[in-house]
Design a protein around this ligand. Structure first.
Ligand code: KG4
Length: 360
């Protein structure tokens, strides 16, 4: 039996995820969400996240192996998110991966979480009627593609020079887009995370009802900023320092308007990028990439720049699970990395680890 599978772990934030992958194929992708635990705080509480990761990680590993129909003899390596992310949360995944690597005498491959989101579009579901031993081992390659990563922790434009070598072309200077939606959703009492609720409510509202500013139109860079939209929302919702309750339709209109404002800012900067550069293709990843309006607005922006992108079809992950934080994307990245023996004890968490720092 070939042992070419990877057991991948991601504990970068508030989801405990374990996956089994073979090259680009996903055999299992378990995500134990902590959303219910963090709801009461309106955001992720680091020590609560750490404790929950500790409790959930071993069951998640067992389920991931079972769903994949694999065992430890089939594993070529353990992959783990080294950063960026919440330090106490990263620590749990890394400590577990080190133990597994040493116990089963297989290499440990540290992975950058953002590289996971970039390559998440390359992941493929395992074809049902093909046993994993017979899957092709060919890994897709790309050059000069543009990734738009939009999540709760990050919002950035990244050029993949080649797989493993990245150039950040622009990024948020303050809040991430998902964080902005979550914070405004909190003002509207929509629970946490608010992004998916805002998407649903926006369908019932008028995106032009509340006029929000378009940020950073005077700057030449491709950087983004969402904190001004958050302040504008607070100013509109507050009366004498107190949040005023809105009628149902007004909430729908507010959701449609703020969602439109956040996505218009992203597509305004995307348009600028496409006018100034040529790319082979465009990829979209991160939790907010699940949003159908964002996808539509990005597709429209690509269409208005026809000819500047070789393959104009926007690539998105094959399932919404692949958009959010998940370990399958970490396994896919690991399959591109050499598996020579590294001193796994030396691998430490890197809470701040930019994509531009990868050597390639
Ligand atoms: O990538 P992700 O799972 O993890 C973090 O980066 O934390 O992204 C979570 C973010 C949250 O801000 C959530 O509100 C947002 O993605 N999100 C959405 C949607 N689904 C998740 N935002 C807008 N529309 C959605 N459908």
């Amino acid at each position: 039996m070939k042992n070419n599978l990877i057991l991948a772990i991601d504990t970068s934030c508030d989801d405990t995820s374990v996956a089994v992958t073979s090259g680009k194929y996903v055999l299992s992708n378990i995500i134990a969400s902590q959303t219910e635990l963090h709801k009461q705080y309106g955001g992720v509480f680091p020590t609560v996240a750490k404790q929950a990761h500790k409790e959930q990680i071993l069951p998640a590993i067992l389920i991931a192996l079972k769903r994949a129909g694999a065992n430890w003899q089939d594993m070529a390596a353990v992959a783990v998110t080294q950063g960026p992310g919440l330090a106490p949360a990263l620590e749990v995944g890394i400590a577990t991966a080190k133990r597994l690597s040493s116990k089963h005498q297989i290499p440990l491959i540290p992975v950058n979480h953002l590289e996971g989101h970039v390559l998440s579009v390359l992941a493929q579901p395992k074809p049902q009627n093909v046993p994993w031993q017979k899957l092709d081992t060919l890994l897709p390659q790309t050059k000069n593609s543009l990734s738009i990563l939009v999540s709760g922790g990050n919002t950035l434009f990244v050029k993949t020079v080649k797989i493993g070598k990245y150039k950040v072309l622009g990024q948020t200077l303050d809040d991430a887009a998902g964080e902005c939606l979550d914070k405004i959703g909190r003002m509207l009492n929509l629970g946490y995370p608010a992004g998916p609720v805002i998407e649903q409510f926006a369908k019932l509202g008028d995106p032009k009802a509340v006029p929000f500013p378009l940020p950073l139109t005077m700057t030449k860079t491709y950087d983004l900023s969402f904190s001004g939209l958050k302040t504008a929302a607070r100013n509109l919702l507050e009366e004498n320092g107190v949040l005023k309750p809105l009628e149902k339709q007004a909430v729908y209109d507010f959701c449609a308007s703020i969602q439109f404002a956040v996505f218009r800012h992203i597509t305004y900067k995307l348009n600028k990028l496409l006018v100034d550069h040529e790319f082979s293709q465009i990829w979209l990843g991160g939790g907010v990439a699940a949003n159908a309006t964002l996808r539509r607005m990005i597709r429209e922006t690509i269409r208005t720049n026809a000819g500047r992108v070789q393959n104009p079809k926007l690539a998105v992950p094959y399932s919404k699970k692949l958009c959010m934080d998940n370990a399958a994307m970490i396994g896919v990245v690991a399959s591109y990395k050499p598996t020579q023996k590294t001193d796994s004890e030396k691998i430490e968490r890197r809470p701040r680890w930019g994509l531009g720092e990868l050597k390639g």
